[in-house]
Design a protein around this ligand. Sequence first.
Ligand SMILES: [Zn+2]
Length: 183
Amino acid sequence: MSTSETDEYAIGKCACGKGDVIKTMVTQDNPWSGADISFRVDCNDCRGKWELDRSGQQMTLRSSLVAPKQASDLLMHARQFLDEYIRGLSSQYFMAQSFKTRKAEHAHLIELGIGTGSYRTYLQDRKHSPIQNVGYPSRNAAFVEKLIKTYGNEKHYFDLLKAIADADAVYKAAASTIVRYQV
Ligand SMILES: [Zn+2]
């Protein structure tokens, strides 16, 4: 006795036109299970070169994803450099404060608008991290400005911002070269 039924049919041509994109529907022999639907590329040329999305509607050329992925990593690094720089400065700020308790620290972060979560979560996070790593200094632009002016170097800050803007432009240009094919 069969417990499931498999139907397969072509829903369109692959990117090179020599093969098909196949939809597979596995239907269980009972009324409570939904059909299991999947798609695949039935073409030896396209299978390795192209990636099919889960909807089976779009193929993306794998080789065209390499440059955008590299650009996206560089953009992420540029953002991390800025984040680390600001956290470093905020560590100097926090060292200059004299908090009597963890509760006072948490209240100060909330007041600055750079703290998240409850006091209980804060205590948990603080066990493993210094105060500047628990809050998000970048969320308060005025606070960041104050940090740069008091402890930082404006030129360095603008260089980091410029690096992010440049990396972002490179990423957008790379992303626009991704080759897609509608099935
Ligand atoms: Zn093909």
